[in-house]
Ligand binder design. Structure first.
Ligand code: 5CA
Ligand code: ZN
Length: 414
């Protein structure tokens, strides 16, 4: 389906260094080592509601990854899915009496507008499940041919015993896996399953539910299989980074990795698994099911500058859970004003050290707080010099370079 618009980030002088990020599978911060084209897959929204700050923070994180890779001289091949058919979407549509397709289309469009406003660079391929049903059914058939599946009342399950590397992504043992599986969309207690951890690949048609004709029969895909089928089709095996929020470590990325290994006969699915901490509000994870949400689209409607929203998220480290507050948005607003005022000065202190500091900070496991602090320090010094009457002193090229650094690496338009 259609992605969203963006202009390419400006090119900065020189090149940035290699990106180091935390890889969930190894539990360590590792240097990414992409070829000329860095390949990234990130799990997209389930479009039954508008995107909240938690979603936005996840996509901001991977936007920074793409920007650092670009600055280091790589092309970036970025793929994102959208789960435009799944139980929560159908449940919401049933509750409100809306057509599920209309609901999904509307919320996907709100998401595109949010992402474009926040200056999140778009994926090369933005892929829906509905448009991928044939691809996913063919993928399930491949798993079936490899003997990894079994049928249960017309549904198709992946047998966890056919996943020799199971646990490679999350590092969890069975005792830890079981409750998470139950909590996050799994069905450990369904009678007839060979193992409680076996997971649904294909759901045969149920009365009143949408279904598609495929060689597997009429039905629709299970959840995890959409991301392994789409990522393999678009990027191939062993791509550089598989990302999402840390609620996807298990079961979603574990089960997806097992399917991809089985279908391809090689592994791993991705060279690094990167997970983002959960954003909360009032002491709880922000989630559609809890309803404690701050929507990006609502803030935009209220006239909040999207760059202030971006700056309010930016200083948080991607691996640490944090809470959204109105105060933080206020702080981001005044920071944005200060940065804009400094960047509009006729001259300022040498900005090459700012470029070096922002590059080094982001390459170091996306230390965006340190990157923001480097711009703060430059802006404070530039404004102080201007305030003391020395405004024309300094380097006349510095404000433009800081604008370019903020634009290309932080995604903030000044
Ligand atoms: N469609 C699936 C992925 S295939 C899904 O998880 N959709 S979602 O709408 O629930 O979440 C979209 C993305 O935002 C996922 O990467 C998810 O891990 C992330 N996410 C969800 N809630 C939060 C939160 N509170 N904070 C940070 N990231 C979040
Ligand atoms: Zn996914």
């Amino acid at each position: 389906m259609r992605s969203w618009p963006a202009s390419d980030p400006v090119r900065l002088p020189g090149t940035g260094g290699p990106l180091r990020v935390h890889d969930t599978a190894s539990g360590t911060v590792r240097t990414t080592d992409p070829g000329p084209t860095a390949r990234m897959y990130v799990c997209g929204i389930t479009p039954y509601d508008a995107a909240h700050i938690g979603h936005a923070f996840t996509y901001l994180t991977f936007d920074l990854v793409g920007r650092v890779w670009r600055d280091a001289g790589h092309e970036v091949d970025y793929v994102q899915n959208t789960t435009d058919i799944d139980d929560p979407l159908l449940e919401r549509a049933a509750a409100t009496g809306e057509d599920w397709r209309a609901l999904a289309d509307r919320e996907i469009q709100v998401f595109r507008d949010d992402m474009a406003a926040l200056r999140v660079l778009p994926p090369r391929a933005y892929v829906g499940v509905v448009e991928s049903v044939d691809l996913i059914a063919a993928f399930v058939e491949r798993l079936r041919e490899r003997g990894a599946t079994y049928d249960l009342d017309g549904d198709v399950y992946y047998a966890v015993q056919s996943a020799p590397h199971f646990g490679e992504v999350s590092g969890l043992d069975r005792a830890a896996m079981l409750p998470l599986f139950a909590e996050r969309g799994g069905d450990p207690d369904r009678p007839g399953k060979k193992d409680p951890l076996d997971w649904l690949l294909w759901r045969a048609e149920r009365p009143g539910e949408p279904a598609w004709d495929t060689p597997l029969g009429r039905g629709r895909p299970g959840w995890h299989v959409e991301c392994s089928a789409i990522s393999l089709h678009e990027l191939g095996m062993g791509f550089d980074l598989n990302g999402g929020g840390d609620d996807l470590v298990f079961p979603h990325h574990e089960m997806g990795a097992a399917e991809a290994r089985c279908a391809s006969g090689t592994g791993p699915h991705a060279r690094a698994y990167v997970h983002v901490g959960m954003v909360g509000l009032d002491g709880e994870k922000m989630s559609k099911s809890r309803g404690n949400l701050v929507f990006v689209s609502r803030l935009r409607e209220q006239g909040v500058d999207p760059m202030a929203i971006r700056l309010a998220m930016l200083p948080h480290h991607y691996r640490t859970a944090w809470e959204w507050t109105d105060d933080a948005l206020e702080g981001a607003r005044s920071r944005l004003e200060r940065w804009r005022a400094a960047a509009a000065l006729p001259a300022g202190p040498d900005a090459m050290p700012v470029l070096a500091a922002v590059r080094a900070a982001l390459a170091d496991d996306l230390d965006a707080a340190a990157a923001v602090a480097a711009v703060d320090a430059w802006a404070d010094a530039a404004l102080a010099a201007a305030g003391s009457g020395a405004g024309d002193a300094g380097d006349p090229a510095a404000p433009a370079l800081v604008r370019d650094v903020a634009d290309a690496l932080l995604g903030v338009a000044l």
